[in-house]
Design a protein. Structure first.
Length: 259
């Protein structure tokens, strides 16, 4: 028995140490690659708040499609003042910038989002274009910080903590600090820092559920702008994993078509 225990310890110790020795970049890569599905349809509700008061509630439809390890994300407001505004993000291989488009019915045709707009607010929310699939790992340098345990509501997470430092000297948020749950590899907390080094935005992901074996997803996301006291909350109502989807939907020329 003693020999068996010794053998198990010998096998597992390098694996444990390997986990402890992950770099910030490696943790960011693991989080990016985790919790993927071939396709997904999500129905959610988004609430826009200011100074603690609810301003508007919007319905959301989110569809994803994955091919050759590259994701396409289609986001549409299904109700509210922004009804039918549609956003498309197309992941590009290597160090190429991801491509993003926005379709506004009154304009009549999709407009491509420039790389300089990655950190712009998305349609009067505290989310930014980068949050909707515009971020590239190579846009940042990464440092690993001290691991921490964090609590979001009734949930407690044992987290890797990393900071991402933008390579763009003109970035609106030069530094982002992230707490990534070790169990699910979901970023459960973040802080965005302004050019003066102060925290200007923060957010959490909570109510994490396993939607398919080994695939996890937050059913509640909240983001706050500390300076303007604006707040955006998103609550997921329904998720369908790996449904049959028409991949032609994920092209800019089809963004105006009904779902």
């Amino acid at each position: 028995m003693k020999k068996i225990v010794t053998l198990v310890v010998t096998i597992l110790t390098p694996l444990i140490l390997m986990g402890e020795n992950y770099t910030g970049r490696q943790i960011a890569e693991m989080a990016k690659d985790a919790n993927k599905s071939k396709s997904r349809i999500v129905t959610a509700e988004l609430t826009v708040m200011e100074n603690g008061k609810e301003i508007e509630t919007r319905g959301i439809g989110l569809r994803t499609y994955r091919e050759n390890n590259l994701d396409r994300v289609l986001f549409r407001f299904t109700s509210g003042l922004k009804r039918d505004v549609t956003f498309l993000s197309i992941e590009q291989p290597g160090d190429k910038d991801n491509i993003q488009y926005i379709y506004i019915p009154n304009v009549g045709r999709p407009r491509q989002i420039s790389s300089s707009e990655k950190q712009n607010d998305f349609e009067d929310t505290v989310f930014i274009n980068e949050d909707l699939g515009g971020k590239k790992l190579d846009d940042y340098n990464y440092n690993r910080l001290q691991d921490q345990e964090v609590k979001n509501g009734s949930e407690t997470f044992n987290c890797y903590v990393i900071e991402a430092l933008s390579k763009d000297s003109n970035a609106r948020f030069p530094k982002i600090k992230m707490w990534i749950d070790k169990n699910t590899l979901i970023p459960v907390r973040y802080q965005s820092f302004g050019k003066d080094g102060k925290v200007v935005r923060m957010g959490i992901s909570a109510n994490i559920k396993e939607i398919k074996k080994g695939i996890y997803m937050p059913f509640f996301v909240q983001a706050k702008d500390i300076e303007t006291k604006r707040e955006t909350k998103m609550t997921v109502k329904n998720v369908v994993v790996d449904p049959e989807v028409n991949k032609n939907m994920f092209n800019p020329q089809n963004m105006s078509k009904p779902w």
